[in-house]
Structures are given as C-alpha cells and as structure tokens.
Design a protein around this ligand. Sequence first.
Ligand code: F0G
Length: 425
Amino acid sequence: MDCGQQYPVNVVIYTCERCGGLLDLCHDLDTLRQTITHDTFDQRLGTLEAPYNSGVWRYKELIYPNVSNDLIVSRPEGNTNLYRAPKLAQWAGVETLYLKHEGENPTGSFKDRGMTGGLTQARVLGMKRVACASTGNTSASLAAYAAIAGLEGIVFFQNKDIALGKLAQAIAYGATAIQISADFDRNLELVREVAQALDIYVLNSVNPFRLEGQKSIMFETIQQLRWQVPDWIVCPGGNLGNSSAFGKALHELYELGFIDRMPRLAIIQAAGANPLYRSYQTNFTEYEPMHAETVASAIKIGSPVNARKAMRTIRWTNGVVEQVTDQEIMDAKALIDRQGIGCEPASGCSLAGVRKLVDAGVIKSNETVVGILTGHILKDPEATIDYHDGDLKGITATYPNRLHRSEPNVDMLRAILEPHETASA
Ligand code: F0G
C-alpha cells in the first residue's frame, strides 16, 4: 500500500519485502467498470447457488475475482440484517439510525466474512495449518472455517479476559488452542514468528485476503439501502481491520461509480485502548502503541496492526476517530440488548460513539447513520450478567434488569410481579 511494489497472489506474504508496509489486494477497476453493474449483485439476492448465496461471494468480482469456486470455503456467511432502530436513534439524537448486525454471521461475529477469504486463500496456497492470535472472535471463526476446510486451526489466546463463548467455540470446533501469558499484541507478534518458523499460514487481519472478505459488510449494507449512501458509518476499532476494509470497499465502490459520494466513517475506540484516537488528535503526525485495558475484551488492543490502513480510511472518507469509556460502552450495549437486538460489549462502541459525536455536533441530527454491531450477545454472557447485577468493576448499571430470586411460593412471586398491590395490601 505504501511503495507500490507488486506481488502475485500465489505467494505466502503479509508485508512488503521492499518497504515493510501492509499489502492490499489490487483489483482491475478499469475492467470491472465495464463488466459489473448494480444488477450483477441484485440478481444474486436470494439465490441458492453457491458461492453466490454468501453475503461475501455475492460480490466475488470485488473480493477475489479469479479464484476457482471449488476452492472457496464458505458456510455461507453474511446476509446479516440491517435493523432500523428508532428508539436508539432518539437516544443517540439522530432521526435515522440503522444497525447492521454482524453478530448474525455463522460463528457470531463479522470475522466469518474475513475468514472465508483467508481460508480460501490458504487452500489456493496449499497450506495445511492456519493460525491467529485473537481476543476471541477471530479464533472462533478460524477454528470453524479450518474445520470445514479440513485444515489444522491453531489459536493463541491471552491468559485472561477471554469471553467464555469465544473460548468454548475455538475448543469445540477442534482448533489447537493455546493460552499464552502475554497480551493480544505480543501474541500477534508471536504468531507471526512461529508461523514463519513452522510454515503456518497467518489469518489475522494483517492478511489482505481477510480484509477483502470484510469489505462485503459495506457492499451489503449499501445494497440493503438500495445503493443509497448513508451519511455516516460508525464502527468499533480494535486491530483496525474492519475500518481498513470499509475504507477500501467504499473507495472501490466510488471509483467504480456504484455510489455517487462517500459516506463518512467514524471509528470508535475504547478510552483504555485508543492509540488511533490519540494519533488522530495529532492529525496522525504522531502514533504511539500503548498498554490496553477495557471491559470490551474484543478490542483490548494497544498496537493495532492495521493502523496505517485505518488512517488511509479516515482520509478517504473524511472520517473521524472518537473514544468512549467503558461505562458508555456497557450502557449503550444494555440499550441495544433491551431492544431485543443484543450485541457483545465491543459493539456498544458504535451506539455510544454516535451519541457522543451528535453531542459534539460532528454528526447532525438529520443525517442517516449506520452503526455496525460486530459480535453476538451470547459471546460474552459474563459481562452482560455482571453489568445487570452491578458486579462490573468501576461500572454502574445505568439500565439494570436485576435477576429476581424467589422460593416456589405464590405469595413471594406475587410480591415480585405485583409489588405495588402487595405493598398496599
Ligand atoms: N468487535 C468485535 C466483536 C471484535 O471481535 C473485534 C476484533 C472488533 C470489534 C474490532 O475489530 O480489530 O477489525 O478493529 N476482534 C479481534 C479478534 C481482534 O481477535 O477477535 P478490528
């Protein structure tokens, strides 16, 4: 992405051998301009035919055009709902808010959209083992897709703060799961070192084929809006793979004439894991990795590997970076949950971020906003229950729904279900 050096797609490579920068998959936009239209993708909606029944491979021409369909590893993923959320819109201060629920993917997070790209590439390359370091969701997804592809999945977890749902998935899907006494950032370095030494394919978001798959979140959202562009897309930022993919997707749609203007992207980081936010404050002239701490364990990342691509996204989309506290994250999550939609803590950043940016006058109340929900509510049940019980350290349950306890006895149940009547009786 920096020096323009090119490499063929059939070599195992993650960063440029010349300048050390990140790699992009380059598409032939001039040819694509002649060969695809909105209709190409609209005609595939609802198809039962693989791989186009996937919400990733529906856009195959924009993901990995020349790959043989026989090599594609798909569940199929994507085709997630775009919810209109009027009550949450009101709370955040905008007229129109949609929530794109990426927790509705096969393993419960957006990672599946990347993993279908990554595992497909692993088969193209003939790799036998695939690995990642993960705060949880990437490993759940890798484990499932490796199982489908018949490859060995290997996942590196940090020692603490892994949401139980994610750990359970990786183990159950049969990955070789290793807990390492280091944080995510160190584990990501380690997985790259080990992979090189042992001929293992790395499927973290440093892998450009992952990001190609994740671009489909933008393609699908805008197609669901009948190719109308929202004013804002708002998403959480951890390792910054998603925001990087979104920028590339929007840039390509615009270059191809599929959209007539760029939406603005807002990346929301947790205040305790905010290296991009801090860099944004200096206009990206300075950038410092940090030690990360946040209740949203999915984004507890202090040295995001895709920082430079995320900065490019901000430039391409005239975007912004904001931070939200753990309190704001958990309160926003509680409100999303209460709508019957639900999400894991990190996804709360999107709604909390919208409200904060509206308060700051950056997002205007008459603008149309799409918030991305990245993970399913069942990924991290402990955080949810602890919030409602008032047991989350340093966080007040602003919107509690406490669990009642009762003996098997009608009077006690009446006192819970009709408290006013009981008190006055
Ligand atoms: N939301 C959820 C639920 C996530 O799992 C992640 C990242 C993010 C947001 C942040 O996305 O990294 O593209 O900026 N989870 C990774 C993992 C790091 O290992 O599962 P990002």
